[in-house]
Write a protein that binds this ligand. Structure first.
Ligand SMILES: [Zn+2]
Length: 247
């Protein structure tokens, strides 16, 4: 078909539609987040059933319609099966996809978002780091890419680099000596936690999951990410409620 295009991406959600179809939301490098209908994929004869599941990464051949795309074919490069067979990892992976869907729009340039999702699902798949650490890093980095990153190198109020260890989620980062009295909410953090925040801010996506932390720093990071997200994300994700009910 002459209007067919190929979009490279990852399936963010895959829902049932009618008796035999699926409705996919795919984050694509070329067109941002798209909706695509996969017709007839739940028929026993379809070759596409396994390629239209959550987390599948690949090249999606689609043709555009008025409000959505129609899926023609999938050249799957990675299925992330390891997440599908592990309840805990599956829940975290679902949360990453749900959060990604919240931050992205159709038509956005989304290479950084897509790369972040890929390295994060890969970190879950490999299982070398605690899932809770992967979650904190993912949450902080997605905010960074979105342009609302936690300021860990310069004071968010005055720009000074003479930082204290006072984190103020409402001001957006770690405050300097002069501004610490202006904190709307003062949270004391450790030297190690501040260092890790700077690492996450500065790391390329390829190096994002190349470190680990002590249990106490992980606890701090979880608290910091939670406080920070509470200010900037006005939505409770379904999948996060499931994660919290598991732990
Ligand atoms: Zn300052």
């Amino acid at each position: 078909m002459k209007d067919e295009i190929v979009l490279n991406g990852i399936v963010l959600s895959s829902g049932l539609q009618g008796e035999y179809d699926r409705r996919l939301v795919i984050l694509t490098r070329e067109q941002g987040k798209i909706t695509a209908f996969a017709k007839g994929v739940r028929r026993p004869s379809s070759q596409l059933i396994s390629k239209t599941q959550l987390f599948v990464m690949g090249a999606f051949t689609v043709y555009p319609g008025r409000n959505a795309y129609t899926l023609i074919n999938v050249d799957a490069k990675e299925y992330f099966h390891e997440l599908t067979f592990d309840m805990n990892k599956y829940c975290y992976g679902s949360y990453f996809c749900e959060m990604m869907s919240y931050f992205t729009r159709e038509g956005d340039r989304s290479a950084d978002y897509l790369n972040l999702l890929f390295v994060s699902l890969n970190a879950l798949k490999k299982g070398l780091l605690p899932v809770k650490l992967i979650r904190c890093v993912y949450e902080l980095k997605i905010m960074d890419i979105f342009g609302q990153g936690l300021q860990s190198f310069h004071c968010p109020i005055c720009g000074s680099d003479r930082l204290t260890r006072i984190f103020d989620p409402l001001s957006g980062g770690i405050l300097c000596e002069n501004c610490r009295s202006k904190a709307k909410k003062s949270i004391h953090i450790s030297e190690d936690a501040r260092y890790v925040l700077q690492y996450i801010n500065g790391a390329t996506l390829g190096n994002l999951y190349n470190f680990t932390v002590s249990d106490s720093v992980l606890e701090e990071l979880m608290m910091i990410a939670k406080e920070f997200l509470a200010v900037y994300v006005d939505r409770k994700f379904n999948s996060v409620e499931i994660i919290e009910s598991l732990s």
